[in-house]
Design a protein around this ligand. Structure first.
Ligand code: UDP
Ligand code: MG
Length: 319
């Protein structure tokens, strides 16, 4: 079989409930489209029935290719595995497995791709999620934009259509702590946003815990900005300035007015304040050191347990 034009990639972690809906929607998209399309589903170490459902599907429908990771690595890594294994000759369409990103938009995205864009990314116009989540996301993207050295578009996630060459570059970036939407912007070429309304999850609970979201946010901040280190330097300079001024004032008071300043509380406050600032500064630098530490290990990003494609089971060694 020749390579398909499009690969649709969806990572799945414990998505038993949304699985049948996903497959139905994907089938409808593939049946209606004149393009040749394959679907790459990545099982990110699910503990529920997802892997079994995927297995059955891959063995009965040759359009579906399934990758099973050896454990739960997280959404960004699962996506990386899917991108690496996709065979599409033209473009890769990246969606969430919970149908929050409507697969039907493929046609519209593909049109833009044909106009010559290498990356067509979705911009969320409306989110059908809680106000707290919306506020958190919206302020994060605005904060990222103000500090990042790459131009990461506002309100866009991983939902996108990327060209073969962008996918190849992504696969060649060995970054351990991955923030794919940032890496995608960094790659460059012509990129364009398409607005859409982000649906609510079709079934089941969100699989991103608060801790995972925080990790993703940290990866965005510390992998795509020098700002934290710069701000530490600036804080240091400011503090030094204040200290010098204070010293001068004290000396003047002492020599001209014979007034030795007192104040246990003030001393304590200053010590506490600056200990806090110093700890934060150490932590920020620590974030970078940690990233260097993990990167220098040079570990593979993930381990594949099995790949099922084209009605054949073939164990995969050494990605
Ligand atoms: N996901 C994954 N591994 C994880 C967490 C999530 O592959 O460790 C998948 C999940 O199954 C879904 C997608 O990533 O298809 C987005 O996750 P979720 O819906 O929980 O994120 P949210 O939409 O809340 O940002
Ligand atoms: Mg979701």
């Amino acid at each position: 079989m020749s390579d398909p034009q499009i690969s649709i990639i969806a990572p799945l972690y414990n998505e038993t409930d949304s699985f049948p809906h996903l497959v139905a929607r994907l089938n409808a998209v593939m049946d209606a489209s004149p393009l040749s399309i394959e679907v790459v589903l990545v099982d990110d170490g699910s503990r529920d029935n997802t892997a079994v459902l995927m297995q059955q599907l891959a063995l009965t429908d040759a359009r579906y290719h399934c990758v099973f990771l050896s454990r739960n690595y997280g959404h960004q890594i699962a996506l990386t595995a899917g991108i690496a294994i996709a065979r599409a000759s033209e473009a890769l369409f990246i969606i969430d497995g919970d149908l929050q990103d409507p697969p039907e938009l493929l046609t519209e995205f593909y049109q833009k791709f044909q106009e010559g864009y290498d990356v067509v990314y979705a911009v969320r116009k409306k989110r059908k999620e809680s106000w707290f989540k919306r506020l958190a996301y919206s302020s994060f993207y605005r904060f990222m934009r103000s500090i990042s050295y790459v131009n990461i578009p506002l309100d866009s996630g991983d939902f996108s259509l990327i060209s073969r060459r962008v996918a190849d570059v992504l696969s060649q970036m060995p970054e351990e702590s991955r923030f794919i939407r940032g890496m995608r912007s960094w790659i460059g070429f012509r990129q364009v946003g398409v607005e859409y309304e982000r649906d609510a999850r079709v079934a089941g609970e969100p699989k991103y815990s608060f801790k995972m979201l925080r990790k993703l946010a940290y990866n965005g901040i510390f992998n795509f900005s020098e700002y934290p280190v710069k701000i530490v330097t600036r804080m240091g300079m400011f503090t030094l300035g204040v200290a010098i001024l204070y010293l001068i004032q004290t000396l003047i008071k002492k020599y001209y007015y014979g007034d030795v300043p007192q104040g246990f509380t003030a001393t304590l406050l200053v010590i506490i304040l600056f200990s806090g600032i110093q700890l934060i500064a150490l932590g920020m630098i620590g974030e970078y050191v940690l990233r260097i530490f993990f990167q220098t290990k040079g570990r593979p990003l993930y381990v594949v347990r099995e790949v099922i494609r084209e009605q054949q089971r073939q164990p995969l060694v050494g990605i």
